[in-house]
Write a protein that binds this ligand. Structure first.
Ligand SMILES: *Cc1c(COP(=O)(O)O)cnc(C)c1O
Length: 392
């Protein structure tokens, strides 16, 4: 993992106003729904201004949430950021803030499924925003799928399940030339391992619920852009009216999570690397999907776009899907549950209940095992996997 000194500063001290908070090393949680002014005229002036640091009402902005936004914007090399009550609130707000009825969205097939479901059940039937899917790997397919009405391209890299990556600069160039905005879910890589705005992507989305929070105790999301005017407009339209701002306590937890993000990620990556190499050598394992392995089919592109890796991977057993479930149930240290990015290790078969069509699209088997390697130590995790694999 190559760490960036400016990012390390922003994770820890960046934008903090110690003098303004009586020297407290930890920022106050501003539990306040409104702010008062000495005079009515000053209240009116604050409301009319363009100042993002003028706080009036908690559904529009909050000082604790604002500190988190400043840190995230700097970490992603953006001009400004918005924080939301979940990653999905951020994702759906990005769609509502870029598209209107009659528009078309191009979306990577391998991207976060709840966004596809939102488009199928709300975007398409209720808002008349069309969507079509492409692999993301084939630039010709992207070029020919862009319509005159295409407004947004939804990307995720590395993508869910097998952690394939797409060429961010090439796609951003194609979309920019055709007037299509690019949106990318950068949750997997975190701002420390990859900065999509540097490759020309327009909007970066993060869920704070994973590595940023880091302790599996909060739900939150963020959008970051180099277009500060768009963020300003979103703050005073979609986010204000849907009411999806992140709460002050969650913002404080995310700020605390950022302080140890670099240290935690270094351990997650080191542990995951050892686990991935162990699995790759195991006779019952057919294939391991992890961005840190030299055997990743896109290792060159990964090296060009990413500075490091995380604790999430998947693998395929040389056994039936039922055996994969048996193996997961035999794990003692890995919790059986969704999500990832916290201190704890987790395992599940994300595609076990998938439709045949979805399996074909994603190119993985029903028995694909996804694991998150937490902070319990590589030796403990490898011992747990060893005994569980013996049982199938
Ligand atoms: C969890 C997750 C989301 C959704 O975030 P929430 O905070 O749960 O709404 C989006 N994208 C990816 C890649 C995720 O892992």
């Amino acid at each position: 993992m190559k760490l960036d000194n400016e990012q390390l500063y922003n994770l820890t001290h960046g934008f903090e106003d110690y003098a303004g908070q009586l020297g407290a090393i930890s920022p106050p949680v501003y539990f306040s729904s409104l702010h008062v002014f000495p005079t009515f005229e000053e209240y009116m002036k604050a409301g009319a201004g363009e100042d993002e640091e003028a706080f009036i009402y908690g559904r529009v902005s909050n000082p604790t949430a604002r500190l988190l936004e400043q840190k995230l914007a700097a970490l992603e090399h953006g001009e400004d950021a918005l924080v939301f009550s979940s990653g999905m609130a951020a994702a759906t707000s990005a769609i509502l803030g870029t598209c209107q009825a009659g528009d078309h969205i191009l979306c990577m097939r391998d991207s976060y499924r709840p966004v596809h479901r939102f488009m199928a059940q709300v975007g398409k039937p209720r808002l008349n925003i069309d969507i079509s899917f492409v692999s993301g790997q084939d630039l010709e397919e992207i070029r020919s799928a862009i319509r005159p009405t295409t407004r947004l391209m939804i990307l995720e890299s590395p993508a869910t399940f097998v952690f394939s990556v797409v060429d961010l600069k090439a796609i951003a160039d194609i979309c920019c030339e055709r007037g299509v905005k690019t949106y990318m879910d950068n949750t997997y890589a975190t701002p420390l391992n990859q900065n999509p705005l540097d490759f020309g992507i327009d909007i970066v989305m993060h869920t704070l619920s994973k590595y940023v929070g880091g302790h599996s105790d909060l739900i939150g999301g963020a959008l970051i852009s180099r277009d500060g005017a768009w963020i300003h407009e979103m703050r005073h339209s979609v986010r204000e009216w849907l009411g999806g701002i992140l709460g002050p306590m969650e913002a404080w937890l995310a700020i605390r999570g950022l302080r140890s993000l670099a240290a935690r990620l270094a351990v997650h990556q080191d542990t995951a690397m050892k686990v991935a190499l162990f699995l790759e050598r195991h006779p019952k394992v057919k294939r391991v999907h992890y961005t840190g392995l030299m055997s990743h089919p896109q290792a060159d592109l990964i090296a060009r776009q990413m500075r490091g890796h995380t604790g999430l991977m998947s693998f395929e057993l040389d056994r039936s899907p039922e055996d994969a479930v048996r193996m997961i149930n035999a794990l003692k240290l890995y919790g059986k549950g969704c999500s990832w990015g916290g201190y704890e290790s987790l395992a599940l078969c994300p595609m076990y209940g998938a439709e045949e069509e979805e399996l074909r699209d994603s190119g993985v088997s029903r028995g694909l095992v996804r694991i998150h390697c937490g902070l319990e130590g590589a030796d403990n995790l490898i011992a747990d996997l060893t005994q569980a694999l013996e049982q199938v």
